[in-house]
Write a protein that binds this ligand. Sequence first.
Ligand code: GDP
Ligand code: CA
Length: 317
Amino acid sequence: MRIVSLAGGIGGARFLRGLRAAAPDAEITVIGNTGDDITLYGLRVCPDLDTVMYTLGGGINEEQGWGRDKETHTVKEELAAYGVEPQWFGLGDRDFATHIVRTQMLDAGYPLSQVTEALCARWQPGVRLIPMSDDRTETHVVITDDRGRRAVHFQEWWVRLRASIPAEQIILVGADEARPAPGVLQAIAEADAVIMPPSNPVVSIGTILQIKGIREALEGKTVVGVSPIVGGAPVRGMADACLAAIGVETTAQAVLELYGSPLVNGWLVAEEDAGVSLDGVQVRGRPLIMHDVEAAAAIARAALGLAAELAGTEDAR
Ligand code: GDP
Ligand code: CA
């Protein structure tokens, strides 16, 4: 069986660990969000790709949900001693090595998709991880602060400001020119099922869907999504601040409507959100908190079950 999944960082990665356990024989292709990517100290950092790679490869800091395990921060301290900015982004020493390798390969002319493949050769994530695009895109956020109305990099809004200043607009810079990375459209075309993990609907999934051709390719497939919103709040993080920026309520219903039909055919919500419905979409209530890998695997099994059911229905027509 061939499965395609779209993924941001923590929510995506934790779900994928469950999906891999639920479908050990499946060929899983993960299309990763690169809108969060940022250049720091001359190094190209791809937070979501790395979160997926470290989580599935067994190198993640479990408590934090991102970054390396057994991490130290000597380089960061030394940079701070030189007064080098920014000081609000916490890269650890082990993590730095990943960004050095990546930047070296990018500078040598390798596209990000090949760089990611090379990094994954070490981590063996058990899935094929492809960045959504080899073309550089970056999510920027329009805010008004004491310096006036201006756009800042998504990471500055998310990490430094902790989304405390309302986002007036969220823009994927470079989206118009970006093409899907090699293998992305083919993987979707060949997929038996597409599963959307409970990643951020705006700055993770929403970003991937902005890359030309991806949404259209998905519309022809059986797509089952998992709600990142449970009982009117994100399970983790500040997705509500992103949804507010695009005028969408923080509910499982509103996120389903945002994706809409025909993109999504099946939608898993938490049991407490059981009233959610949309024409053309099969909605199921399930426990959706990923306490551990087994809980994530149970959600993944439910998503795959629903996808199989929907594919069967389509065949019968
Ligand atoms: P990020 O890039 O690190 O922010 O990660 P993602 O975009 O992949 O996922 C973030 C989303 O995951 C948030 O909106 C959370 O609500 C959601 N999330 C995190 N943990 C869980 C969970 O246990 N269950 C569900 N349903 N959603 C979760
Ligand atoms: Ca992210």
